[in-house]
Design a protein around this ligand. Structure first.
Ligand SMILES: NC(=O)c1ccc[n+]([C@@H]2O[C@H](COP(=O)([O-])OP(=O)(O)OC[C@H]3O[C@@H](n4cnc5c(N)ncnc54)[C@H](O)[C@@H]3O)[C@@H](O)[C@H]2O)c1
Length: 200
């Protein structure tokens, strides 16, 4: 039984209170998560948007970065991630990465160009890996249908990377709605108070 599964089982057992030792007792700060309890994450696409995802998932403190894959490994746009994590094993082909390290990977982030989302995500799910894949999820409705079916078949957790759904703004409005602070919403107006590079 994997340690992570054991801990989950222990937490819901009636003996949970007796079997779990608080991090503080072990001299660790409250909120400390042992590396063995984090998700072992492989990042496919580590430059540009893929690089931002890699950094953001690292910042959650919930992931061990165990493998990087990028067709342009070492190119200028991959340097930021490579400099921060020099010891993470590197691959240029996701198939080789799964062949060599599949048994050490729990989940995969896919921050590569659109056309490659389907093959990378399908292979990852077929190996039982959880997936975060950038938007657009795939190129065609048929690809999307097949991905949805595969997620159900392999019982993996999945998310399409839409910042509107994965960042704090979404959870703020969800919390307000659940708390009854806002109700019966019929329209939403969005305003922007700053320039962005594509609309000065
Ligand atoms: N959620 C958002 O706000 C947001 C923003 C920008 C882009 N995106 C999406 O993110 C994805 C990536 O966009 P981008 O502009 O960063 O693309 P990009 O072309 O810069 O590629 C991202 C990285 O993937 C690498 N790569 C390309 N093909 C690969 C492959 N087959 N295997 C491994 N690595 C590969 C590239 O070298 C690069 O480092 C796109 O699907 C895009 O639509 C989402």
């Amino acid at each position: 039984m994997k340690r992570r599964h054991f801990l989950k089982a222990a937490a819901i057992s009636p003996l949970a209170g007796c079997s779990v030792v608080s991090p503080e007792v072990l001299g660790k700060p409250l909120g400390y998560i042992a590396p063995s309890d984090k998700v072992n994450l492989a990042c496919v696409g580590i430059g540009n948007r893929g690089g931002s995802i890699t950094m953001d998932l690292h910042k959650t403190g919930l992931a061990n970065l165990v493998a990087f894959c990028d067709v342009d490994m070492g190119a200028p746009h991959t340097q930021k991630v490579l400099e921060q994590f020099p010891d993470v094993p590197r691959f240029q082909d996701f198939r080789e990465m799964f062949d060599k390290m599949g048994d050490q990977i729990d989940a995969v982030s896919v921050g590569t160009p659109d056309f490659s989302h389907f093959p990378i995500t399908m292979l990852a799910m077929s190996l039982g890996k959880h997936v975060y894949v950038e938007k657009p999820m795939a190129r065609t409705f048929n690809e999307v249908e097949l991905m949805i079916q595969a997620a159900a078949k392999y019982k993996v957790a999945t998310q399409m990377g839409n910042q509107g759904h994965s960042e704090a703004n979404y959870f703020q409005f969800k919390a307000w709605k659940e708390a009854g602070i806002i109700k019966d919403v019929t329209a939403v107006s969005a305003h922007m108070n700053n320039k962005r590079r594509w609309h000065p």
